[in-house]
Ligand binder design. Structure first.
Ligand code: FAD
Length: 395
């Protein structure tokens, strides 16, 4: 496939230059030229007012599956120690919204102990059916086992849509499940919708560092799969006593093997859940040493915040992974996010750039974090943070 400019039609209006997220279009002699940075996203094609940009050699793929056999909106009902997590209600909420246009049943998928209690809870908030695989060993997340169970359930019952939350668990096992099922998955969506004409799932998520919202569809493969960022959608509210159907599959029938043995567990100290926190103070490589996180902890404590970090700080062993914010860490949306010695790499911004108010402290005035910051302090964190602490302590 190739994207070309029809020079006879092109008026050199530059609209395509402005819409191209990859900076791949230049104007030369009052005509648009597409350079090698083009990612074939086709945005310019739809935006050109004189239809001068054409797609050449695009093959229309046709599905080899009987898509009509796939029915139902499934969501993975995550639990912690046998108790449903709030993200299960968020997924139920968005599934019910999709069902209004799609008119298919909304089904939870639950792995763990106390399956009946979980199912009743989901029915009382609007679920029609819950697929339960019950075993106490499933209360602990184990990647191989969860992938095996979800893959086999999908093969057996053929849902149209499968959703999970973009938590550590959902992000880990759902993409692997999608790969086994040879279908696509859009990670980290912020919203979902159903196209009223095609009835396809529109998987909506920010792209190009949050500058564009992409609507991704999966036309030819099933199920249509996505993970949704926690807190991005509303929880389903209780609707009173309702009955639903519980479909049980015996855990032993799956022959699920696991390459990882759980030897011991260690609770990581984090008094406030990052995704719940209203204030987050995050430290990055600029701290220079793990012991300097004490300064970050002190500041966070004084203002009632939680401690976050960049991946560089986690990789250096200065702070455990649950504190990591970003594409492969947590997505957060506090009222105030204070980035200390963090450059603002695109993968970090992916997890915090929608925070209500961002304060960045960095000694490099050109650090990309300043592009998203509401308040930028160009300075040395070892001078600025102690002064802040001193000021707060004196109040
Ligand atoms: C697939 C993939 C996924 C990733 N996922 C994530 C993710 O989830 N989260 C994440 O954070 N990263 C992630 N990364 C890594 C990301 O690309 C960056 O490498 C990382 O965010 C950099 O962390 P940093 O800003 O702490 O370090 P650096 O980029 O090294 O920045 C350190 C900053 O500190 C400043 N500084 C230094 N000393 C001081 C001082 N004394 N006072 C003030 N400022 C100072 C410097 O000017 C610099 O801007 C991912 C990368 C990949 C490839």
């Amino acid at each position: 496939m190739e994207i070309k400019v029809n020079k006879e039609k092109c008026t050199g209006c530059k609209i395509c230059v402005d819409v191209c997220p990859a900076g791949a279009i230049e104007i030369q002699n009052e005509k648009a030229y597409i350079n090698e940075k083009c990612t074939l996203c086709k945005l310019c094609v739809s935006e050109c007012p004189v239809n001068a940009i054409e797609v050449i050699g695009e093959e229309k793929k046709v599905s080899t599956l009987d898509l009509s056999k796939y029915k139902g909106i499934w969501f993975f009902a995550e639990q912690k120690k046998g108790k449903l997590s709030h993200v299960a209600y968020e997924l139920l909420g968005i599934s019910l919204k999709l069902a209004r246009t799609l008119e298919e049943e909304v089904c939870g998928v639950y792995f763990g102990s106390k399956g009946e209690d979980a199912a009743k809870e989901l029915f009382s908030r609007g679920a029609d059916k819950v697929y339960v695989v019950e075993d106490t060993s499933l209360d602990e997340f184990r990647q191989d086992v969860y992938v095996c169970l979800m893959t086999e359930l999908v093969k057996k019952y053929k849902p149209n849509i499968v959703l999970a939350s973009a938590t550590m668990i959902g992000r880990s096992f759902l993409p692997q499940t999608a790969a086994r099922l040879k279908t696509g998955l859009t990670a980290d969506c912020t919203d979902l919708a159903i196209d009223p004409e095609t009835k396809l799932l529109q998987q909506i998520r920010p792209t190009y560092g949050g500058n564009l919202m992409a609507k991704i569809i999966c036309e030819n493969h099933r199920p249509q799969m996505a993970t949704i960022r926690p807190k991005a959608v509303e929880e389903a509210k209780p609707v009173g006593n309702r009955n639903g159907t519980i479909v049980r599959d015996d855990f032993t029938s799956f022959n699920a093997t696991c390459r990882v043995d759980l030897i011991s567990k260690q609770e990581v100290e984090q008094t406030i859940d990052l995704q719940e926190a209203e204030i987050i103070v995050s430290g990055g490589r600029g701290l220079g040493d793990g012991k300097n996180f004490d300064m970050i902890r002190k500041l966070a404590k004084l203002i009632g915040g939680a401690v976050g970090s960049s991946r560089a700080a986690v990789d250096a062993g200065w702070i455990p992974y649950p504190h990591q914010v970003g594409q492969t860490g947590k997505t957060v949306k506090p009222k105030i996010y204070i980035a200390c010695g963090i450059s603002g790499a695109i993968q970090h911004l992916a997890g915090m750039s929608t925070s209500d108010y961002i304060i960045a402290i960095n000694k490099d005035p050109n650090a990309p974090i300043f592009k998203v910051a509401n308040l930028g302090i160009v300075g040395d964190i070892f001078e600025v943070i102690p002064k802040l602490i001193q000021k707060l302590e004196s109040k």
